[in-house]
Design a protein around this ligand. Structure first.
Ligand code: SIN
Ligand code: FE2
Length: 187
């Protein structure tokens, strides 16, 4: 993956400013996935709900800027998938340790749902669950591994999706974790 070493270096810089943290769901559950963000706003959740915030609630400071290289990578993937006008302004970064999972949900906190989601996976592999527009629709199981880039949008933009518990292992360059970056147009 030609872009992976650069991405990993950039992630280290981002996490030094906006550390990974396990946020609370509105229902009060601690998420198993640790998260941070870069960009004009960042996705957060706590007792008050899901939303985008301009300041990192942990530090009180703006999120680190979205690196140009990441914008270009996401735009190239979006063009290939048929979304030539994609202009990402935020990147949510998820860190899964073995056993961490993400239950089925829709990404619906972004203002303009005509923009796709571009998702980049690094490190340990995982099974991505890609469902339908109803939570009860049986999800398709898609294996994702280091360097995979997935784009979804259009009539699938509000598809329920999630990640099955990550199996234990050690990736040669990322270690004992899976990292996922989702680039979005949120504002
Ligand atoms: C997400 O839905 O934000 C997570 C996607 C993933 O980790 O692959
Ligand atoms: Fe999501």
């Amino acid at each position: 993956m030609p872009f992976a070493p650069l991405l990993l270096a950039v992630l280290g810089e981002i996490a030094a400013v906006a550390p990974f943290r396990n946020m609370l769901t509105p229902g009060g559950q601690r998420m198993s996935v640790a998260m941070t963000n870069c960009g004009a706003v960042g996705w957060v959740t706590d007792r008050k709900g899901y939303r985008y915030e301009r300041l990192d609630p942990e530090t009180g400071r703006p999120w680190p800027p979205l690196p140009d290289g990441l914008i270009e990578l996401a735009q190239r993937a979006a063009v290939e998938a048929g979304f030539p006008a994609f202009r990402p302004d935020v990147c949510l970064i998820n860190r899964y340790e073995p056993g961490a999972r993400m239950s089925l949900h829709q990404d619906r906190d972004e203002r303009d749902l005509s923009a796709p989601i571009v998702s980049v996976s690094l490190g340990l592999g995982a099974t991505f669950l890609f469902g339908g527009l109803k939570r009860s629709d049986r999800p398709y199981r898609l294996p994702l591994s280091h360097g995979d880039v997935l784009v979804w949008g259009g009539e699938k933009r509000l598809a329920y999706h999630g990640v099955a518990p990550v199996a234990d292992g050690c990736h040669e360059s990322v270690g004992r974790m899976r990292i996922n970056l989702t680039l979005r147009h949120a504002l």
